[in-house]
Ligand binder design. Structure first.
Ligand SMILES: [Zn+2]
Length: 135
């Protein structure tokens, strides 16, 4: 690995960084441009800009929080529908496979037996994936 390769260092609270006065993104003090919106980080000074910076940081944090909560909500809404869909698919596949299996045994049909086994396995894998899914 190359030693000289410049990696973006993670932000930590102890490091004094520059806050973007357009979007409020906390950049590193070595950055000349905002990582987030690419505006120049030449800071305006004075008490007004201090308030402005505080405002932008608060707004940035609020937006981030809202985004996260929005994603969570969407997932929670979407998950049961998806779960139900896969569950029905698994049941239908397994059921069809089982039915064809019985048919194949009754009629001694090899091709039907192959198809039934495939359907059964597919259905079982769908159900298994549903139950043992990692969140
Ligand atoms: Zn910015």
């Amino acid at each position: 690995m190359e030693q000289n390769q410049r990696e973006p260092t993670p932000l930590n609270p102890n490091q004094k960084g520059k806050l973007c006065f357009k979007c409020g993104f906390p950049n590193r003090s070595t950055d000349l441009r905002c990582v987030y919106c690419e505006v120049s980080l030449e800071e305006p000074s004075g008490i007004f800009s201090m308030f402005q910076q505080t405002y932008y940081v608060l707004r940035w944090r609020l937006e981030l929080k809202q985004k996260r909560e929005g994603i969570k909500k969407n997932r929670a809404l979407f998950y049961p529908v998806k779960f139900l869909g896969y569950f029905i698919l698994g049941i239908v596949l397994s059921g069809t496979g089982l039915y064809l299996m019985i048919e194949a045994v009754n009629s001694n049909s090899f091709s039907r037996a192959i198809i039934s086994v495939l359907l059964l396995l597919y259905g079982l894998f769908t159900l298994k994936g549903l139950i043992f899914r990692q969140k």
